[in-house]
Ligand binder design. Sequence first.
Ligand code: ZN
Length: 303
Amino acid sequence: MKQKIVVLLLCTCIFTGCGKQNDSFEPVMILSEEPEQVSPNIIEETPVSQEVASEPELPTPETVSESGVNPEPATETEEPDNTPVSPSADSVPEEESLPESEEEMNSERVTYQDGFYYEPLSDNVKARITGLSYPSDCPVPYDDLRYISVLYCDFNNTVQTGEIICNQSIAQDIVEIFYELYQASYPIEKIRLIDEYNADDDLSCQDNNTSSFCYRTVAGSKKLSKHAQGLAIDINPFYNPYITYPNGVPTIKLQDTAVYADRSADFIAKIDHNDLAYKLFTAHGFTWGGDWNSVKDYQHFQK
Ligand SMILES: [Zn+2]
């Protein structure tokens, strides 16, 4: 019986005390296993990821150093400018060099006010006028001309954008004058390049279009017009006709405008000595065709 009792006691010890000991050990084993399973994985992963991350960092400085020596990889350093930080130092001179070319184009634009600027003729503008207002054998250099963009109020008092090509020597005058006209809501029906009328002065006048440069002679003569150098501009020509007096007989260049030859009448856009355009142009040193004696060119200002 004593042996059976001993066996029972041993069994109880196993199922109780040992059981507790096992319970107490199991969590230790689990804890010790979990970190062993996880930590090595993390440790193994992190060095790998660090190595992977460090690998691209090494090549980029190499490419940067190469690009610093060779001009060809310059475009490669432009692309990384958006992503990595390290090439920024080398990209600085290249960022400067790229805008420089753009600034060269923009630096030649002179902006007087928002919406009022002038600049040398772009290739696009040259293409628009060559063979029309600018003949293929035109002796006036492109560089003597300026493309001007202005805002103006049309006959409906709606703001429009106008295009003018004139001589570079009066470009500043033109933007200043047209800015004042715009501020005063001076009515101008249209301001388009005469090339949109096939460089036909009659068609441009018929449409009451305001324009400046057109390599042509004075109407009815072989003498070059001031328009040929872009030193003259016609304002609202339909309402301010060109009148000659052959043999003392008044002759209207464009017959449809004859009704506006009566300068005592009151109508829109009439230019006279009280007109703002007259005051502005003459203040800038222009002469007005309405003051001429041999002919009357009420639309015309020249310098
Ligand atoms: Zn004219």
